[in-house]
Write a protein that binds this ligand. Structure first.
Ligand code: CUA
Length: 147
């Protein structure tokens, strides 16, 4: 069977594009192991707190509700890995950490988890980026990373 040479070219180009697409996804998956994960719901995650596992590892149990995040101020030393466990007490909220690759949703009855490394001191703003009512724009918290 004869294939038109232009058709052959189009097939090769589309095949190459699909290969590039698949390669990019596999590459991103291998490079970033800090992707968010949805973990089974458990009441212990609904109590806002910061837990120190060791000098460089912390857990933050973040709870969103109209219109605040708890804890509102999170103090950690520079160079720490922080596991954020996020849930909501009411409606869907957003959880965006500035300067970090963190963009999660806080959903009632669900726990989302993401690990973030803070290797530069500073104040990292956390904002709600999902419209959640009249106080939406006031929903903020911060991660304070000290030397
Ligand atoms: Cu919470 Cu917008």
């Amino acid at each position: 069977m004869q294939i038109d040479r232009f058709e052959k070219r189009v097939l090769m180009i589309s095949g190459a594009l699909v290969a590039v697409f698949i390669f990019s996804m596999l590459y991103a998956r291998s490079k970033y192991n800090d992707l968010p994960a949805c973990i089974p719901f458990n009441k212990t995650y609904t109590e806002p707190k910061v837990t120190k596992l060791d000098d460089k590892t912390y857990q933050v149990f973040a709870v969103a509700q109209m219109w605040q995040f708890q804890p509102a101020q999170i103090y950690i030393p520079v160079g720490s890995d922080v596991d954020f466990y996020l849930t909501s007490k009411d409606v869907v909220h957003g959880f965006f950490i500035s300067e970090k690759n963190v963009n999660m949703m806080a959903v009632y009855g669900n726990i989302n988890k993401q690990t973030v490394k803070f290797d530069k001191p500073g104040v990292y703003k956390i904002t709600c980026h999902e419209y959640c009512g009249t106080g939406h724009q006031n929903m903020q918290a911060e991660v304070i990373v000290n030397d």
